[in-house]
Design a protein. Sequence first.
Length: 1121
Amino acid sequence: MQQSMVRRAADEFTRGNYLVALDLYRELSDQIGAQYFHTNIWLCEKNLRSRGRRNCTQLPLNAVKVACVMDEFTFHSYEPECNLFPLTPENSIAELEAFSPDLLFIESAWRGKDELWNRKIGTLSRELREMLRWCKERQVPTMFWNKEDPIHFETFLTTAQQFDYVFTTDIDCIARYKAALGHERVYFLPFACQPKTHNPIELYSRKDAFCFAGAYYVRYPERTRDLENYVLEFPKFKPLEIFDRNFGKDDVNYKFPAEYEPFIVGTLPFNEIDKAYKGYRYSINLNSIKQSQTMFARRVFELLGSNTITVSNFSRGVRLMFGDMVIASDSGKEIVDRLQRLDGESSLKFRLAGLRKVMLEHTYEHRLAYVARKVLGWRGGSALPTMVFVALVKSKDEYQRVIDTYLSQRHANKRLLVVLSSNTDVMQMPVTDDESVKVLTCDQAKQLRIGQCLKEAEWLAVLSADDYYGPNYLVDLAIASRYGQFPVIGKASRYQWNGDAIRLFAAGCEYHIDVSLPARSSAIRADAIHGERMLHPWLEYQISKVWEQPGLAIDAFNYCENGYQTSDLSAVKACVDDMQLDTGITINELTKIAEEIPPAEFDESSLPNWNAARLVQILGEVRHPQISIEILQGGLSINSNLPDGKHEYIYAAQELPVGTLPIRNMMDTHLDASPGLNVQYVFVFLNDKKQKISHVIHSANCNHSAAIPEGTAFVRMGWRIYGSGASTIKSLLWGHRKLEPARLLGRSEVLLLTNQYPSYDDLYRNGFVHSRVKSYRQLGVNVDVFRLHQRVATSYHEFENIDVVTGSQDALRKILDSGRYKTVLVHFLSPLMWEVLESYPQLGKVVWVHGAEIHPWHRREYNYETEGERTKAMRESEGRMAFWRGILKPMAPNLKLVFVSNSFAEEVFQDIGFRLPNDDYTVIHNPIDTEMFSYRAKSIEQRKRVLSIRPFASRQYANDLSANAIMKLSKKSCFKDMEFRIIGDGKLFDETVEPLREFSNVIIERRFLSHAEIADLHRDYGVFLVPTRWDSHGVSRDEAMASGLVPVTNAVAAIPEFVDDECGMLVAAEDADGVASAVEKLYENPSLFSKLSINAAKRVIAQRSNNKMIKMEIDFFATIK
């Protein structure tokens, strides 16, 4: 590859394409070494300069001249960062000549300056082509930014082809661009925040309420459904106010329904958007694109930059890039639950974390710098200023504290000046080899002016040896310099140790301007200080004073005045240091991943397709003065000289009988066409008299599905050609191209692989797996979750703050190919899973065995009602058992098993016919969340209240035994004094509960419950009815026991390992009479009920509590790498 790049660079240089050659030589320098290509780069730059192009490598970023076509939002975002000139269509060439830009920056603009570029970018208008020609002649680099990907990938693909460099907001589109454009100059460029506009400086008194400023879109039903859910839930927590972008208009497609009217407070003009961003404590973001790994609404960046708690519907991109700093979920209840956990202090730390993330990684200065590096070879560094700490120390201990404080600072650009007091011996101070630290004696400092210590753009921060400075103290001062021109930045609101407690002083000053700031908790700009003053006397005086000039007050954290005077520094840190949050993937990691993405490869060998010859055969001869169609080696070539804004339809000469098309119920197609011309394909549906019924028009390079109208007998195909250009049609695919992401992003070194996972619509899908993932996270071990489903497109969802990827075997291979994972945790291992996993022998694999996936057929014989079902089960059982024996004897490399009970392990060994060595497996019970399912003493009256929460998916759950037992109890005298509540769902629900509907004291609910809802119900009941025909453990039973409910269950399989007569009621298998008698016995014997209730909770807490089991699991899989 590198040899071919060298050849390509040389060829481009020979042809005079110095810009392309320069880019290739720079890429080679990064890969092989700059020393080998220094001369080549110098020659390219020399030739470019001879053509009038400036060398921008050392220019300040704001001096780079950028000519642009941008929509209003984008223009105002980039304008403060460079010399930005907006072009107009009619005068663009004259404007380019006069401005002489270093770069042409065109975005996927819909309107551009003064709305003059309407429909001119996506259609590759004459004006745009002339601008690109002007730039090419002068070797001015051109870049195209599609901010509308992935939805409008096809819309702007032909335009993108004309540019030297392409940038996209959607990392998933990069592979497609590289394949379509035939080059590697495609990069990731997301939205960002403009700190001059979107910053935390307070302008209003924030309302303790939610704000949504936006529109209602009927055409986005999922987005609308999310908003409806929020409107139901949020007002229960805090007030909600909506600014309607279309307030007063009557278009039904954009009109909020009547139920929203109590929340609508009007509209906001563009120049008052700050009211929505800074006038409320909480702001709502709604994403229309939810499945992209990086593309989401720009509002997220702007709200975080405005220091506003941001809640959002789910977006894979938001979750990956910002982790927990945006509360993103489609469930309003989940969002409210997470908000309620943020008290006053933690909510401020939460806001600070989001603000810091945006200002350190996601400003438009960062974006332009990245563009300049890739396109112009710019070599500038961080725009954050150098912070100079200066400290006066009087002892060795103070000196060490100052050094430790300085070294703990995460800000990269920093220096330290240590001034020793008159009675301090420099020779007694420990030597540091850090060149950024300079130690001055008292005499030296008396002879040194402050101005001699500082460079022009630096900031001076006084460090007190008595005070505690957190790791992000300097970082937060530095990023605040982005918000505007302030002479002083610091902490007016601050924590203080006053001798007996840590208290917040001067609360309410945060993010206000013109505030007096103490020198020891702030920084002053070099040009704002009196540089002629001598350092030592000035420092002695100033350390306890406020600055003469007022400035910007920022947050109160990462600092405690007199913090080192307390004997418990950990308490100070707990109060002022940052909270632990998942901050998402860094922008540097994302851009690195994006740059390494290869061109997409497509395999459609199994799909019917029509090649160029077949298309010409159908189309027939084309006679058009401005359009030519011919077969070339690469496919069907279409050339158009139509004027801008004009289109033509060209139809096939023959109608095709619908039965001859390679389709079934739907017409699934994909036209593979090279960019260069806006060409669409058309299907006209005709009846048996060849009269038109309807038609569809599809864009190229996109999957489409069309329903065939009733009565269709024939189909006529055609082309819709717009404007001028050329394109080659490679084929028409009768099916869908797999447009899967080239890279699947992750954040952990541990992947959890499962066959199912809960969602808000399906709460019971392996809920015990979800409980584990949440518990791992609580102990600081994050795992990525992958749900394997065959023959599905890759998708993403969130459930209770856990992200889940769902995909096929190919998607699983992609995520493992990233190389980031060291261990895979598997639940319900299947042959499909193992087919992928066995290709990664170096990965540690820990497999939890649960039951159905390893059982021979006879273990679940109760599920088979017919001989046919039994025969099928026996056949499947043979394959299943052969699969397990194949991977367990001999044991596959780096594979360990986890059983949830000893009984189950012994059962498996009996079924497979051999024991595993002790080192190859362990037994760890399912963890029970004894905090959520916490014990509350039960009154004896609660023995009369019986609860059953069960799936009704199969006979394994023995709900029929429960129903039969209740029927038997109905004949007992105690029955009328009791209440039964049955909750669940599944295919057997209706037939099982039907006999019980006659009883008024039997409450029947067909629904799923969340863990929180189950825990709430546990508080109201005393007996848990949970018969079973088999179980390896019994999680729902244990959760009820932990809450103090007495279980009534069967002594089968592993149940006696967890329940005995001291903590529950055990009855024989299939014994409905025994179940009824056990419930009656608890009713008749209150003291027995009370004893069993207490013992049930004690048994679970002692044997299966979350803390114990989860730590055992983490310790076990941590050793397998």
